[in-house]
Design a protein around this ligand. Structure first.
Ligand code: PEP
Ligand code: MG
Length: 322
């Protein structure tokens, strides 16, 4: 709150996180990687590979992809969660002509693109697995899943590629899915045996749950992680993941905003992935709150029915931390 960034970094590094908590980083651009390195962060919770695809003038070959992923892999001693291409809507490639759709956010993007062009997906999986074969601790994360067959198809391609690369069957790395389409919530249990972990993409989840384009200059102000429906959905989602005994991280922006991080901790989340520059602040927040405070925050925010009241309450709580 009143502390400046340098003090927060120092304090956050002074002690370990309480038992069970984990704060990883999101990386996309080389500058993210540099900042994360400076802060001594071990794990990448979200590697947005689409930004590396933007660096090329045409589809990168498997070898070119390997070189990019290796750059990141070599820098972090821990796990790296590599998200497969999350392209479309706001994230375009200069060398691909997307179809002209009235609502690209509801159209050909993300895993849907990979399912439409399985050869490109296969190449990306091959690049990732080549590095797994060389000993890198990569995990695979599939974005914008809304149909069970998308995961079944991805898993088939993953297993076929393991065989193609002459890796032992046990070498299949952990595979997880992003929870960012609200419909997935009601079917989460059906994914139990297909995936190893979940990661909540609150940026898209909020956008689709509230039917608000977050980048809209007209209705963007209606986009908020403090909407009571978002708070209650996040609570149910954590409970459901717990009942399935699966790790559930939050890699969307909600986890990196102080009030959002506090709300998520109160709702039971323990695993976060945030932009490198925000990691010390989130660590410091976690170190500063007691379970009693978290229980009280959960009771309060779950009982409020206006976004503005939840926001004001969380802002007030954050003010108390110094
Ligand atoms: C998200 O949707 O919250 C997310 C982490 O993915 P992206 O912001 O890259 O869509
Ligand atoms: Mg997303």
């Amino acid at each position: 709150s009143r502390l400046v960034q340098a003090e927060i970094i120092a304090k956050a590094q002074e002690s370990d996180l309480p038992y069970g908590y984990q704060v990883d980083v999101n990386v996309g651009f080389p500058s993210d990687v540099a900042t994360a390195k400076e802060l001594g962060i071990e794990n990448v919770g979200l590697f947005r590979t689409e930004f590396s695809f933007m660096r090329f003038d045409g589809w990168p070959t498997v070898e070119e992809q390997i070189a990019v992923y290796r750059e990141v892999g070599d820098l972090f001693p821990g796990d790296i969660t590599v998200r497969t291409l999350d392209i479309g809507a706001d994230k375009r490639l200069p060398y691909f002509a997307f179809p002209d759709e009235a609502n690209p956010l509801l159209g050909l993007r993300s895993i849907r693109f990979s399912m439409e062009y399985p050869d490109l997906f296969r190449e990306q999986i091959k690049a990732i697995l080549s590095l797994v074969k060389q000993g890198h601790h990569f995990r695979i994360l599939l974005p914008m899943i809304s149909r069970i067959w998308e995961v079944e198809t991805a898993r088939e391609i993953l297993e076929e590629t393991v065989t193609d690369l002459a890796m032992p069957p046990g070498a299949v790395p952990p595979m997880g899915i992003m929870v960012e389409v609200p419909g997935l919530f009601h079917q989460l249990e059906d994914y139990k045996d297909l995936v190893d972990f979940f990661s909540v993409g609150t940026n898209d989840l909020i956008q689709y749950l509230l039917a608000v384009d977050r980048d809209s200059s007209v209705v963007g102000h209606l986009y908020s992680g403090y909407h009571p429906s978002v708070i209650r959905m996040m609570k149910s989602l954590k409970e459901k993941a717990d009942s399935l005994r699966k790790d559930i991280a939050v890699c969307g922006e909600m986890a990196s905003i102080p009030g959002g991080a506090l709300a998520l901790c109160a709702l039971g989340y323990r695993h976060f992935s945030v932009p490198p520059f925000q990691a010390p602040g989130v660590r410091y927040l976690i170190q500063s709150v007691t379970q009693d405070v978290l229980d009280q925050v959960a009771d309060t925010i779950l009982g409020l029915s206006h976004e503005k009241d939840i926001r004001a309450y969380l802002d007030h709580c954050i003010e108390q931390i110094d």
